[in-house]
Structures are given as C-alpha cells and as structure tokens.
Design a protein around this ligand. Structure first.
Ligand code: GDP
Ligand code: MN
Length: 383
C-alpha cells in the first residue's frame, strides 16, 4: 500500500530523517493559512499516489501565499495524468511545504532484494530525474549497499557506500544519518519500498528529504491501523476501493460478464471459460467459503456497481457447504436484489442435483458444468 508524501514524511521524521516543514490542505483557505506560516515561500504538491507529479503539473513553487492558495484552488478536483499513470488520479488534498532552496539533488531508496535476502539501499548523486533513466544511461552512478535485516548496517559500511556514490564530503555525515534513519523506518513500518527523490542539499549545506514515497507491505497492514483511513486512495477504480473496504477479493477486468465463485482457482477457471465462450470478463471476485445469502448479496451488489455488466456467472463448488444450502442462499439473496440481467449459476459438489432442482423456475438459470454455464451466460448477455 502506497502512502501519501505527507504520511511518508511524517513517518521518516519520526525516525530522525530531516524533512521540510509542511501541512496538508484540502482547500485554498487552509493552503493560504499554512503558506502564511512559512512567509508565503512554499511549494504546493498534489497528494496523489502516482509518480511524476512534477512533470504532470502537480508541483509548483511560490513566493507568496495568495498565489499558493490560487494554485491549490486550481489543483483540487483536477485529474493529474503522468507517463507512469496514464489514467490519472484526482487531487483531493495538497501538501503545502516550506520552500527549500536546492543546490543539488540526490537519490536514495531502500528496497527488498529477495534474491539476496537483504535490504538494498540505493544511493545516487544523480537525483531529481527518473532513476530508471540513470540506471539506463549511467548505471555506475547508482551505488548499492546490501543490509542484513537482522543486524542492520554499520556506520562505516554506509559511509563507504556514500563516498563511493561521490556525495560531496560536507554532506556525507548527514547522508549516513539519513540512510540509517530510512533503514529504521523501513523495518519499523513494515515497508517494502522507501524512495527519496530528491534528497535536497541546500546552499547552506543542509540535507533534507524534499520528496518521499513509502510503500507498506499489505500483509503487515493489520499492524498499522494508522493507515486504514487512506487505504483506498491508491485504488484505480471506485469498485476496487469499495471491495477493499468490504474485504472482498475483487479485481476489475474491464469486460461485461460479471463473475463470482468460491475459491480463487475456480474463479480463474471461470474467467478462462467465459473467454473461450467469446465473452469478456468484467471482474474477478472470490466469494470465499460458505457462500451464505448475506455474503452472496454483498458480492452481487459489488459486481453490479459496474454498469458495463450484461450477464452474471456464479460458479460455486459445494464442499462443506452443501449445494442445496448454496441454492437456497442464492434464492434468498436474489429475492432481495433487483437484478435484471441474465444470471447463470453453476453449482457442483455435495447435493448438486438437489441444488439445481431448487433453482428451477427462479431467475437463476442452473448449470452443472462450467462450460455449459459460460456458454449460456455469454449467449444470453450478448443476445
Ligand atoms: P514527483 O515528481 O512526484 O517525484 O514530485 P517531487 O516532490 O519530487 O517534485 C518534483 C520536483 O520539484 C523535484 O524534483 C524538485 O526539483 C522540485 N521541488 C520539489 N520541492 C521543492 C522545493 O522545496 N524547492 C525546490 N527548489 N524545488 C522543489
Ligand atoms: Mn520525486
């Protein structure tokens, strides 16, 4: 899960990393008040979870608070589009930060090197631009330092790496401290990525994290409730966001045949079958175990949020939950729903025949094989 820049900077600051002062604003009035605190000399930065905000017009420097407020007004509600994110994202808040006078820009990141079973710190004097470009044009300009996650890094190792990266001598000590802070923050927050681009060196020789991008390992989010609130901000689709709130495994696939099943493998087979039958899956959705009426209802509602859906395929294997119970659950769910598109349910497993019998005469068309169900739903949806 990606954190916003303001969250990333708060996290880093709590581990002693020097960051410019700043606060979040959601409108021009708030932006003006914050800018005034810094004497009007601020940078206004769109808080959207995508890279390349600068080039997308989401970062701008100001000399007075009125202009900063006007830009905030303009930015809020606007969709920013970058090379990294061609669909773009709508700006809901901005960071109004103290303007840093930048003499030089460096690059720092901490990542997981799975092959080496170590963290890897990447240091480069060539900051400010895309690191991919540096890696391509001037690979020697990136110095890598592997760090044992249990032992951490000794100062002398970090110092060596910083020297090797040709960071100027007066900034080296601060750079070492910043790297140690990043490693601590990385471990404590269960991060899987921290990137500072640029690390700014001021003309006075002070080193600051002028940007910060932190991503937290999703499997560890239960340990970091403080990020629950912004969990959905990175979702590219409104239904994905809703699904993530409900705790349902849903992925929008852009087609028009809604698909749900119990078990990820079963759902993936269903996607293949719908494709084979000439349909375009609208989504992946794993109902999970049980498939009781309440759960089915929630899932159907979720799939139906997608206005492109023309037909619905339900694929349930009744193992512990018998198929007759599943069928009753489906009927109960659909009795309370207002679904007007064709619905085909393939139910198989324990008491499958009884289950199919229960569905007879209802709006749910029963099928006993996946192939039959996929053919049927595609035929009816595109009729
Ligand atoms: P990104 O494009 O999403 O990576 O956003 P950044 O926060 O990195 O901002 C883009 C660029 O704006 C940076 O590379 C800097 O050159 C510039 N920038 C950002 N903050 C400041 C600042 O406080 N002072 C100055 N002079 N430039 C800044
Ligand atoms: Mn940046």
């Amino acid at each position: 899960m990606k954190l916003h820049e303001y969250q990333s900077k708060d996290l880093l600051a709590s581990f002693g990393v020097a960051v410019p002062g700043g606060k979040v604003a959601t409108n021009a009035t708030e932006a003006k008040a914050i800018a005034d605190e810094f004497g009007g000399k601020v940078v206004v930065k769109a808080q959207v979870l995508m890279g390349g905000r600068g080039k997308a017009g989401g970062v701008k420097l100001f000399e007075n608070s009125a202009d900063a407020a006007a830009f905030t007004q303009e930015l809020i509600g606007k969709r920013l589009v970058s090379i990294q994110n061609p669909d773009g994202m709508v700006v809901e808040k901005v960071l109004v930060a103290e303007l840093v006078d930048i003499a030089e820009e460096y690059y720092l990141s901490v990542l997981l090197d799975r092959a080496a079973q170590r963290l890897v710190v990447m240091i480069s004097k060539e900051g400010g631009m895309e690191i991919e470009e540096v890696a391509h044009n001037n690979p020697d300009a990136i110095v890598r330092l592997h760090v044992d996650p249990a032992w951490g890094a000794a100062d002398f190792e970090v110092r060596d790496a910083v020297k090797k990266a040709n960071i100027p001598a007066p900034a080296q000590r601060q750079m070492v401290a910043m790297i140690q802070g990043l490693i601590k923050a990385y471990q404590a927050s269960d991060a899987d990525m921290i990137e500072i681009n640029p690390v700014a060196l001021t003309p006075e020789g002070k080193l600051l994290a002028a940007d910060a991008k932190v991503s937290i390992d999703e499997n560890a989010l239960f340990r970091h409730k403080e990020y629950d609130e912004t969990k959905d901000d990175g979702a590219e689709h409104e239904i994905d966001a809703e699904a993530s709130k409900l705790g349902i495994a849903y992925v929008n696939l852009g087609g028009d045949i809604g698909i749900m099943g119990n078990g990820a493998g079963l759902v993936m087979c269903s996607l293949d079958e719908v494709n084979r039958a000439g349909g375009k899956p609208a989504n992946f959705l794993d109902v999970g175990g049980g498939a009781n009426a309440e759960r089915v209802k929630t899932c159907v509602n979720l799939v139906m949020m997608d206005k492109n859906v023309k037909g619905l395929l339900i694929n349930i294997f009744g193992g512990i939950t018998r198929c007759d119970e599943v069928a009753r659950g489906l009927l109960a769910a659909f009795a309370e729903l207002n679904v007007t598109i064709p619905v085909v349910a393939r139910i198989e497993g324990t008491a499958a025949e009884e289950g199919l019998k229960i569905l007879e005469g209802s709006q749910i068309i029963g099928a006993s094989t996946m192939q039959e169900a996929a053919d049927k739903v595609v035929e009816l949806a595109y009729a």
